[in-house]
Write a protein of this length. Structure first.
Length: 167
């Protein structure tokens, strides 16, 4: 099994940061390049804000500021690892853009940290679920309960546990 390119999407949240140790460990084990992707959602949408009685419009992201944040994120989480890192930005539906990037960049593995497993999952299909269902390459999901173990594994350089589904 050859892994040359690992994709780690991020929205800069604590949740997405859970995937960093696993992405580093996987890339290090295979001497792979890490692709760090940030997807900005489109700005032309409005959403109701009943608490203030108005309709709010999403403000378009300042591309230069987002690019700086992405470079800082990559520097903070990957600069000391000795890995090759590529940063990229896209704008649109996060799951669709992650899938599109994975195909275009010929990504071998995606490492992503899913959001809450709570009540919201019944109302909104998660980005990680959509990526898992639509991306042609394997996807490694890092659940909240594994974040601490992944950090320890990253520090030791050894993977302590992996759940590998088979068909």
């Amino acid at each position: 099994m050859t892994i040359e390119r690992v994709l780690m999407p991020t929205d800069f949240s604590e949740t997405s940061q859970r995937a960093v140790p696993c992405a580093r460990l996987l890339a290090r084990a295979h001497e792979a390049t890490v692709h760090v992707l940030h997807v900005c959602e489109p700005a032309e949408e409005a959403f109701p804000a009943p608490e203030v009685g108005v309709l709010l419009w999403k403000v378009p992201p300042n591309e230069a500021l987002v690019r700086q944040a992405l470079e800082r994120f990559a520097e903070q989480h990957f600069s000391h690892s000795g890995l090759r890192v590529v940063t990229a930005m896209a704008c649109g539906d996060p799951a669709r853009e992650i899938t599109r990037y994975a195909i275009a960049a010929r990504i071998d593995r995606i490492v992503i940290a899913p959001r809450s497993r709570g009540l919201l999952r019944w109302f909104h299909r998660s980005v990680s679920q959509a990526v898992l269902e639509n991306t042609p390459c394997p996807v490694l999901l890092v659940p909240p309960e594994d974040a601490e173990r992944a950090e320890r594994d990253d520090e030791s350089g050894e993977l302590s546990a992996v759940l590998m589904p088979t068909s």
